[in-house]
Design a protein around this ligand. Structure first.
Ligand SMILES: NC(=O)c1ccc[n+]([C@@H]2O[C@H](COP(=O)([O-])OP(=O)(O)OC[C@H]3O[C@@H](n4cnc5c(N)ncnc54)[C@H](OP(=O)(O)O)[C@@H]3O)[C@@H](O)[C@H]2O)c1
Length: 168
């Protein structure tokens, strides 16, 4: 896969769920429980390489089946079974290689890769949510919405929609 500095990278996409106030996480986990979103996440990432930050990896119960994991950390000592470790975004892209590569968070890692992605698979949580990890809204002058699927929330779930953005 191309290195950083050469513009958007074919096949590189973000998968992110974000509330209207920018919240994506709380106490090291997700602030909501949305089974349909988990299914969509699985469908979008299955049999692909997933790139994530060390904190997001540690929020998971373990490695995700049928996905190759690239975890970014500055800690040269860090490792985990079944995981490729990268110390910056360039190394992560080099390890990931060609093809569809999903960047799955968290906020620090989205900030690193947003300028390089060509697509965003966004779950838009259509209400403010309490949380301690936020990311900025996607700039409409850079991103164009090409698909929107409003979801029927189950009881206790916030209103939400599956949205696809492509780079202008
Ligand atoms: N809603 C969603 O779609 C979604 C998706 C994923 C995660 N989340 C949530 O987001 C939260 C975690 O996000 P976060 O922003 O705190 O952490 P993160 O992005 O998952 O990981 C941050 C870590 O990545 C490493 N890192 C960051 N920038 C780096 C760089 N330039 N070079 C090398 N390593 C770098 C550092 O690891 P070291 O400290 O080891 O050096 C840093 O502590 C959790 O609550 C999680 O549940 C939400």
């Amino acid at each position: 896969m191309n290195s950083v500095g050469s513009g958007p990278i074919p096949g590189l996409f973000l998968v992110v769920a974000r509330a209207t106030n920018g919240v994506i996480g709380n106490h090291g986990g997700l602030p909501w429980k949305l089974p349909a979103d988990m299914r969509r996440f699985r469908q979008l990432t299955l049999d692909k390489t997933v790139i994530m930050g060390r904190k997001t990896f540690e929020s998971l119960p373990g490695t995700l089946p049928r996905r190759r994991h690239v975890v970014i950390t500055r800690d040269p000592e860090w490792s985990a079974p079944g995981v490729d470790v990268a110390q910056d975004e360039d190394a992560a892209l080099w390890i990931a290689g060609e093809g569809e590569v999903a960047v799955i968070g968290g906020a620090e890692i989205y900030a690193l890769f947003e300028p390089l992605a060509e697509r965003i698979e966004l779950t838009e949580i259509d209400t403010p949510v309490a949380g301690d990890t936020t990311m900025p809204a996607f700039d409409p002058s850079s991103w164009r919405e090409v698909r929107r699927e409003p979801q029927e929330p189950a009881q206790g779930e916030p209103p939400y929609a599956f949205v696809t953005l492509v780079r202008r």
